[in-house]
Design a protein around this ligand. Sequence first.
Ligand code: KIV
Length: 277
Amino acid sequence: MTDPKGEGVRISVSDIQDRKGGLPIVCLTAYSKPMAQWLDPYMDLLLVGDSLAMVIYGMETTRGVTLDAMINHGAAVMRGSEKACVVVDLPHGTYEDSPEQAHASARRVLDETGVQAVKLEGGVEMADTVRHLTESGIPVLGHIGLLPQKAESRGGFKIQGRDDIGWKQVMTDGRAISDAGAFAIVIEGTVEALAREITETVAVPTIGIGASPGCDGQILVTDDALGLFSDFTPSFVKRYAELGEEVAVAAKEYADDVHARRFPGLEHCFGVPRDKK
Ligand code: KIV
């Protein structure tokens, strides 16, 4: 367990912030109550990521998910967790227009789910929005580097920081989001040395995904790590289980049992005399 506070006390955003340079911050995504229940004892932070658009709903990008859907999943994850800090992604189209739009969306997320913070994608261009949110008491997890919501308009899912201009841009983004008051920053899909340098430069913890072992923490999409999402597996993912294969084995065994009338048995029925069960 990585719980620094003990049972029954939820890890706060300031606990996460205090982990800069300390014990690595352990994070996974969660979208449902049962998955949150399984993961919660071992996680510092559970992210209700908009990756659920692709992983749960089968959409082609993360851009199709609504704020209402994110709120429903956020509330479910809160019902299934008691220890981890829970953060909900602000989905595409709900925060980019103005700090006021972001504030209205983030306020709904916090009020209707009880989660501790929101995450939003973007660097320098989102710094005023991050400042507006944090100054009005809404904790923000930043997200820089490869930005899935913007991948289409930026020529696809490309590793960031391979050239000088790209490197400087992501570096500037990291500084801007840290200075604007984010309590931590997700760095996704950059060259390793860049994520390491950002981590050494900014005041707040960095949480890597396809980034660097030098980051202050690590996140993965749970369904990737557990072998539940099989459409594709990014090369930065380590598979810890093949649960999809186990589901298929169990489903086949169930189908075989029903076909062969091995299930249900009398022990699974009501009103059957005890001696017949
Ligand atoms: O949506 C998501 O799951 C994310 C993580 C990959 C960081 O943003």
